[in-house]
Design a binder for this molecule. Structure first.
Ligand SMILES: *Cc1c(COP(=O)(O)O)cnc(C)c1O
Length: 384
């Protein structure tokens, strides 16, 4: 039989049928009036999603392009920055910053632990001459399923320095509340294949007024990712280069779908699925890798005791056509990760928990009577 693949990795995420079909037509001219209408509409929709009146610019490129754009458009060679690093994507920020010759101070936490806001505070207070120009961090650390306390960290930045805050919100935007203006975040990077529910290929950078002020001073080299060009053309409902036109069709369709559901309903759905997943995992006797209090709404990492996590992941793929993510780097074989981000419904959660319980039973690793996990999951889904 053909595979009936269910993607439960933290990106790419499943794409709704209407979004898929919106793309299956000929591209239109990117300087045409019809396309300008789409750019105009999606730009407004993106501001809605970011809860901002600031500029949100669309780049053809993966999420990392938006991260890189955030750095090179606001900073200058030799600038000091603080990077939060508690996982693979925190490491990526450090690599990008170093690639452009920035002087990086690290705030680290073990993989699976959140970044401590007090450490940011301490470094910022030490910096009496105001040398630190930016605080850069990942909101939802996809590699471990940890959500960092962006709001509190940004408050420390704002009360102790003039630095801007640059946040990777790739797996938190569209999963939990990130009121950009209310919190005062300066740069937010995100990517299409995550909460947006569209295929990979577009990324987004939101730039506050302070981020544009920083842009005036910035001397890092840029051409394709020069956001001033994106702003100039965005103001005319256009793009500097040929964008991924068909992905714009998808973007319009998915953001329209999201607007119909409403931000609060989207956040509540993710929180409910997160809880139903976490509780089901615990009830079948498996360990969560990340404490619930700082678990990401997009992804739950599981650390099975005495069983190779890759064995479980492979069986779930082979027997159920559900694709889970493995552990990265030193966590390979130690954890597997369940993505519950974007176009996910109760059936997906019930399937993955049942599949896990069935798999543990098959390999003789279910230590408690079968059904405890799924009954817990169902009771949460039915009562919350
Ligand atoms: C997926 C992801 C990215 C973007 O990765 P790309 O492969 O460049 O799209 C960045 N940060 C986080 C936290 C992610 O999960």
């Amino acid at each position: 039989m053909q595979d009936k693949l269910n993607l439960m990795i933290p990106g790419p995420t499943p794409v709704p049928e209407n979004v898929l079909s919106s793309m299956s037509k000929h591209p239109i001219g990117h300087r045409s009036g019809d396309f300008q209408e789409i750019v105009k509409k999606t730009t407004e929709q993106l501001k809605w999603l970011h809860q901002t009146t600031a500029d949100v610019l669309t780049i053809t490129g993966s999420g990392t392009a938006a991260m890189e754009a955030g750095i090179i458009n606001t900073l200058s060679k030799g600038d000091q920055v603080i990077c939060g690093d508690n996982g693979k994507f925190g490491e990526r920020w450090v690599k990008v910053a170093k690639a452009y010759g920035l002087e990086v101070k690290l705030v680290k936490a073990d993989w699976g632990q959140p970044l401590d806001p007090n450490e940011f505070k301490r470094l910022l207070k030490e910096d009496r001459d105001g040398k630190i120009k930016a605080v850069i961090l990942t909101h939802s650390e996809t590699s471990t399923g940890v959500i960092n306390d962006l709001k509190t960290i940004n408050n420390e930045v704002k009360s102790n320095s003039k630095a801007i805050t640059i946040a990777d919100c790739v797996t938190s935007l569209g999963a939990c509340n990130i009121p950009m203006d209310e919190w005062g975040i300066d740069v937010i990077a995100s990517g299409s294949q995550k909460g947006y529910m569209i295929p990979p290929g577009l990324s987004f950078v939101a730039m506050s007024k302070r981020a544009w002020e920083a842009n005036e001073q910035s001397n890092l080299p840029k051409f394709y990712l020069d956001l001033k060009q994106y702003l100039k053309t965005s103001n005319k409902n256009s793009n500097p280069f040929t964008p991924a036109i068909n992905l714009y069709f998808a973007l319009e369709a998915s953001l329209t779908m999201m607007q119909k559901e409403g931000l609060n309903n989207i956040f509540a759905r993710h929180a409910r699925h997160q809880k139903a997943t976490q509780e089901g995992i615990k009830a079948m006797g498996l360990n969560l890798f990340t404490k619930e209090s700082f678990g990401s709404p997009a992804i739950t990492a599981v650390e099975p005791e005495n069983i190779d996590a890759e064995t479980i992941r492979k069986l779930i793929k082979n027997d159920f056509d559900i694709l889970l993510a493995g552990g990265q780097d030193h966590l390979k074989g130690k954890i597997f990760r369940i993505g519950h981000l974007g176009f996910v419904n109760d059936r997906d959660i019930i399937s993955v928990i049942s599949a896990l319980e069935s798999t543990l039973d098959k390999i003789g690793e279910l230590k408690i009577p079968i059904g405890r996990g799924i009954s817990k999951t169902i009771s949460i889904l039915n009562n919350e």
